[in-house]
Design a protein around this ligand. Structure first.
Ligand code: NAP
Length: 474
């Protein structure tokens, strides 16, 4: 039996839950939210490694339409964000279909036919809200099958007692800098395999006092003011990304001072000094990562993991490290999302093929050849300097405006999509993401295009998507 609804939303993380809530609040109840996992929460459900937290301030990393006055800290721990999302999802509990994985979605006879592990759906509109951090990247490691201990990805944390163990961590991204200090608290020793050094700046975290929380509760205006201040404060971070004089130097100096203050050993400091411009990769926030690397029980291996033979891990440098546990904090398949392989649009075109030259979308949301498909948090919709939730809300608003249009079928024209992409490429050209001398997952490796990030201020994205531009559609 096929279930008929107006809209199918795929994914129950921030984007999917937010989309569902906004639909429900306008009285639209002909939708379902399909989620392959047994719980909502997306990245915050999957990432439970020790130390997991958000490095965007809590009051900005939450929906403007579902505010929470009692965030415990300036930067919320992961578990608190998951609780928040679970609470938000209660509003659309009857629309959630958990444990339901989309196998494929096909546009036939002006409808999407979605086949899943629990049954089929037919809908006019398909909203992909699966996030960009949902498919772990596990680098192929020769000999990994001979490793006698546990080897797993940071987003697949398996709670265990690490006391007395020798742990290796591969990768030095946002996840690694959070988990390495916590592992060092517990394990007998930790080796960090660093392919390239990240820039790390101080993390101005603090706990909100009971008085703060009462104030936010009694005076919602103060919460809104804070949110606005945080948003505009973070917007200034964009100046460094486009290399405005002074801003880049000042950000780089902050990171250098932080390294100098926490790492007295010049040799270790040299290994921890990045060889590219700051901001080219995500700038990391940590007060204890550098300090942890100076502990006698912690070793920085300044090269990537090359191979494993039994318990012996060999780095590119030729150094050996004997380990009991291996954690791959190696990021996610973001530029080539596997879900695209499962989407078939007009005339059977496959989304992964349409994106074979890198992800593209008009308004970062709609794709030529894929009528009535909306992709949230997909091509050019992420940020390196401000909150992802602001972007998700802008895209949700755009989808709602499209749904209000009279046309039953909306397909963006190829010309509009090309113009939009050309415009983004022009904006990206002078940014540190393309010119900063690093390799990052913001950039599509095969084409060199910046396909993940929106290369401008967050408010420019909000403005750009504030109206549904019907003329761009066939
Ligand atoms: P990531 O930023 O992609 O970092 C992956 C790390 O693994 C990098 O150091 C990378 O080295 C290394 N790596 C990847 N493939 C490798 C290989 N084949 N051999 C050796 N090293 C390899 O991943 P992540 O740390 O999981 O973070 C992903 C994203 O999640 C972040 O950028 C951020 O958007 C989000 N996140 C956010 C927070 C938050 O607080 N908001 C916290 C955690 C994660 P190279 O640098 O040399 O490529």
């Amino acid at each position: 039996m096929t279930v008929e609804v107006d809209t199918v939303i795929v994914g129950a993380g921030f984007a999917g839950i937010g989309m569902g809530i906004r639909l429900a609040r306008r009285g639209d109840d002909s939708f379902v939210v399909l989620e392959r996992a047994a719980d909502v929460g997306g990245t915050w459900r999957d990432n439970t490694y020790p130390g997991v937290a958000c490095d965007i301030p809590s009051h900005l990393y939450s929906f403007s339409f579902a505010p929470k006055h009692d965030w415990s800290r300036f930067f919320a721990p992961g578990a608190e964000i998951l609780d928040y999302l679970r609470h938000c999802a209660l509003e659309i509990a009857d629309r959630l279909r958990l444990g339901t994985e989309v196998l494929d979605a096909r546009w036939v006879d002006d409808r999407w036919h979605v086949s899943t592990t629990t049954g089929d759906f037919s809908c006019a509109t398909l909203v992909m809200a699966v996030g960009r951090l949902s498919e772990p990247r596990m680098p192929p490691t020769p000999g990994i099958e001979t490793f006698p201990g546990e080897a797993f990805h940071s987003s697949d944390w398996r709670a265990r007692d690490l006391a007395g163990t020798r742990v290796g961590v591969v990768g030095t991204g946002a996840s690694a800098v959070q988990l390495v200090p916590r592992l060092a608290d517990e394990a007998r020793s930790v080796v960090v395999f660093q392919r390239s050094a990240p820039f790390v700046v101080p993390r101005p975290d603090f706990a909100y006092s009971a008085a703060d929380i009462r104030g936010f509760e009694q005076n919602p205006r103060s919460r809104e003011t804070l949110r606005s201040e945080l948003f505009w404060g973070m917007e200034t971070g964009f100046a460094a990304r486009v290399g405005l004089p002074g801003h880049l130097d000042s950000l780089r100096q902050t990171a250098r001072d932080h390294l100098e203050a926490q790492v007295p050993d010049p040799a270790l400091r040299a290994d921890l000094t990045p060889h590219y411009e700051i901001g080219c990769k995500r700038v990391l926030l940590s007060n204890d990562y550098y300090r942890t690397l100076t502990l006698p029980t912690v070793t920085l291996e300044p090269s990537a993991l090359a191979a494993v033979d039994g318990e012996r891990a060999t780095a590119q440098s030729g150094a050996h490290h004997d380990l009991d546990v291996l954690v791959f904090a190696t990021g996610f398949l973001s530029t080539r999302p596997p879900f695209a392989r499962r989407i078939f649009g007009r005339d059977g075109a496959n989304l992964a093929d349409a994106w074979s030259g890198g992800m593209v979308a008009y308004a970062s949301t709609t794709v030529h050849g894929f009528p009535n498909l909306f992709v949230i948090d997909g091509p050019n919709a992420s940020l390196g300097h401000n909150s992802a939730i602001v972007m998700i809300e802008a895209q949700i608003g755009y989808v709602l405006a499209a749904l209000d249009d009279d046309a039953a079928v909306l397909e963006v024209s190829l010309e509009a999509q090309r113009r939009y992409t050309d415009d983004l490429d022009a904006r990206a050209a002078d940014t540190v993401w393309l010119g900063g001398g690093c390799e990052s997952w913001y950039v599509d490796a095969s084409t060199g295009r910046l396909t993940l990030l929106w290369p401008d201020l967050a408010y420019a994205f909000r403005d750009r998507l504030a109206e549904f531009d019907r003329a761009a559609y066939l």
